[in-house]
Design a protein around this ligand. Structure first.
Ligand code: GLY
Length: 315
């Protein structure tokens, strides 16, 4: 049994492992672990305390996939509910659909009994105001701040592309006692994004994919890249085609070089396992880590991700 996560998922790993050790399912383990990160107000890339969109509204995206059945559920641009991962799971279990967004997702969350609340913390609101003010063109700042922001969202979306705030997300992959694999992904998305923007996290195949027969993958980073390459599914598909785990991940990362406007600045991180549960983490940014824990260990292991330099990939 194993649980693998992006580094910000370390706080959720013990709870996930406890579930697996008690004979619980990989699906229960990844959902429980994700909820812990969604509750963490200090993680500004996920759930409660996440950075808002250009209008100052927190919009959350999440997805969950069951590698045993290939069933999946996802929500995008969900406002007012701190556990999008649990709403995504309900989509998978209660609806004949995979993905709900916006008002429909919020309506469904309410119908399923989730409690609505304000997710914008004072800290996130302060950073948002500073981020927006800092990005405004000086000659337009006064006009835009006094009511003009909503008439200039498209221009602002191009100006507020802080790479460090664009790319956060949490990933969990688990393999349980029965050998079943599940993946969960949750994010508040690109900070100061255009309202309604979805990245890779709620899109099955882009930010999340699991198939017991071959393995699983989940992504953090610039969702726009993983969306265009179907990165999580690519990792699983390359394994299906006979690539080893590391080679499959390298190939999926190399694919990104074709869509990255500037490969030197492209941010993509993935975690993956093969069907035997062997883990790997990969990134375009030197120094990034990922975490994993098998059932014979007392604590999670944090180790460096394999670094891929997209500037060296022939396009
Ligand atoms: N990877 C998260 C996002 O782009 O929204």
């Amino acid at each position: 049994m194993i649980v693998v996560a992006s580094a910000n998922g370390k706080i959720g790993i013990p709870a996930a492992m406890e579930i697996l050790r008690a004979g619980g399912s990989a699906l229960d383990a990844v959902e429980a672990a994700t909820r812990i990160v969604e509750d963490n107000p200090d993680d500004h890339t996920v759930g409660y305390g996440g950075y808002p969109n250009l209008l100052g509204e927190v919009e959350l995206d999440a997805s969950i996939m069951d590698g045993r059945t290939l069933r999946a559920g996802a929500v995008g641009a969900l406002k007012g509910y701190r556990h999008p991962i649990s709403v995504a799971r309900k989509v998978m279990e209660e609806l004949p659909h995979v993905l709900l967004v916006g008002e429909g997702a919020a309506r469904f969350a309410a119908e399923m009994g989730f409690q609505a609340e304000n997710l914008l913390t004072d800290e996130a609101a302060t950073v948002y105001r500073q981020g927006i003010s800092g990005a405004l063109p000086p000659d337009k700042a006064r006009d835009w701040l006094s009511g003009g922001i909503d008439r200039n969202l498209a221009r602002l979306a191009r100006l507020t592309t802080d790479p460090e705030r664009a790319a956060g997300t949490v990933n969990f992959i688990a393999k349980d006692r029965e050998g079943n694999i599940a993946v969960a992904v949750s994010t508040s998305g690109w900070a100061w994004k255009y309202p309604g923007r979805l990245g890779d996290s709620p899109v099955i195949g882009a930010g999340n994919y699991a198939d017991n027969r071959y393995g699983a993958c989940a992504c953090t980073g610039w969702g726009e890249l993983a969306l265009r390459c179907g990165t999580a599914h690519a990792v699983v598909l390359y394994q299906r085609l006979g690539f080893g785990l590391e080679q499959a991940c390298r190939q999926a990362m190399h694919d990104l070089a074709y869509v990255a406007e500037d490969p030197a600045r492209a941010i993509m991180n993935l975690i993956a396992i093969n069907r035997d549960g062997r883990p790997i983490g990969m990134t375009t940014v030197p120094g990034r880590t990922y975490v994993w824990m098998t059932d014979d260990l007392d604590a999670p292991v944090e180790e460096p991700r394999v670094v891929i330099d997209l500037t060296r990939v022939k396009r």
